[in-house]
Design a protein around this ligand. Structure first.
Ligand code: NAD
Length: 356
């Protein structure tokens, strides 16, 4: 297969971790006879320095002309004082909107070798966990009407949570379809005891559940879901939820695995093209020191191969190599325990490449 991949290296540790992921993709090319064209795209702080804007039109066009986008991370203290519309993070919103990426998929998986890194008690994670959080990404309260006004008690502010049946159904379908390929369980998280938008959310999910008789479905209120993630994470397979609840719960869940440097994500819309990125930021504190953990970005590439290119075996090959390297005890600093020795970003990449 031949695929074009837009590479947004971004800022901070972005270039280091994207270079690692590209090395892994070169192995996939050789081993499976594929060819990838890599198109480097400026976005984020580096694009502001070059062009004055976080997402120049040529960059958006390059993403739209690609088969998928791989992003390192954007942002850093250098650009923190710029006005909101010129901040590096604006590039992310622009790409999501421009590419119509309405579903964010975040796997939260405990690698057996890293059980010790989880902050949860051993008996709570005995059975391990492999959760996929499907978060709605382009609707809800983050995009609803907002404003400020003067009320009887002084200044007031409001934000609006609004969802259409179409928006709920399309994110629900992604959750159910993905569940069919995994553990066949969907948990929909809402706040239907209080919010009208959640009551509509629940109605649509129930309708959809009828179309997937093989999937075990349940509703959980968001406050309960926050507790259950800590007290019994192994019960979950796919969790589907709104933009804001997903934002909060996916960060909570990410902590269960021990390090932010391990977690990948995919943003998808209609069709197969997506944007793939680690869930962490640009880590300016360790940028340029070759200390970053490249695994989240390498696992993001595995997601790209599986979800956008249908390369199941190739994705398995990357994930198995990561598992083996961890089982052998190879650690970057963020996942090393106490005084244990650790390797650099490039050494971790070399170990994974050697396992592949
Ligand atoms: P961060 O995720 O960059 O860093 C938090 C902590 O985790 C830091 O101590 C960092 O060193 C560590 N860390 C993160 N990734 C790591 C990795 N791969 N290996 C080892 N350690 C790692 O979050 P932050 O410090 O809040 O944000 C820094 C910048 O990144 C900000 O400008 C923020 O806006 C931006 N950001 C970008 C994205 C993105 O591009 N998707 C996401 C979040 C934050």
């Amino acid at each position: 297969m031949h695929k074009t991949i837009a590479l947004i290296k971004g800022d901070g540790i972005g270039p280091e971790i994207v270079d690692s992921a590209v090395e892994v993709l070169h192995v996939i090319e050789k081993k499976y006879g594929h060819s990838f064209d890599f198109v480097e795209v400026a976005a984020g702080g580096n694009a502001i320095d070059l062009t004055g804007e976080p997402l120049p039109k040529e960059s958006m066009d390059a993403c739209l002309n690609s088969d998928s986008v791989l992003l390192g991370a954007v942002g850093g203290p250098k650009w923190d004082t710029l006005p909101g519309h010129l901040r590096p993070e604006r590039a992310l919103l622009g790409i999501r909107k421009g590419m119509g990426l309405y579903a964010n998929l975040r796997p939260v998986k405990l690698f057996p070798a890293l059980k010790g890194a989880s902050p949860l008690r051993a008996d709570l994670i005995d059975k391990g966990f492999d959760i996929l959080i499907v978060r709605e990404l382009t609707g809800g309260i983050y995009f609803g009407e907002r404003g400020r006004s003067q009320g009887p008690d002084g200044e007031e502010a409001f934000d609006t949570e609004k969802y259409s049946v179409k928006e709920i159904r399309r994110i629900g379908k992604i959750a159910f379809d993905t569940a069919m390929l995994r553990g066949k369980k969907v948990c929909s998280v809402d706040k239907a005891n209080v919010l009208e938008s959640s009551r509509l959310w629940r109605e649509v999910m129930h309708e959809l559940a009828k179309e997937y008789p093989d999937v075990e479905y349940k509703d959980v209120l968001v406050d309960n879901a926050a507790m259950q993630l800590i007290s019994n994470p192994s019960q979950f397979d796919v969790i589907v939820t709104s933009n804001m609840f997903g934002d909060i719960l996916s960060d909570e869940a990410s902590q269960l695995t021990g390090s932010i440097g391990m977690l990948a994500s995919a943003s998808l819309g209609e069709g197969t093209r997506g944007m793939y990125e680690p869930i962490h930021g640009s880590a300016p504190d360790i940028a340029g020191t070759n200390a970053a953990n490249p695994i989240a970005t390498i696992l993001s590439v595995a997601m790209m191969l599986r979800l956008s290119f249908g390369m199941e075996e190739e994705a398995d090959c990357i994930e198995a190599a990561v598992s083996k390297v961890l089982e052998k005890g190879t650690r970057t600093r963020d996942i090393a325990k106490g005084s244990d020795s650790f390797v650099s970003c490039t050494e971790m990449t070399e170990s994974i490449v050697a396992e592949m």
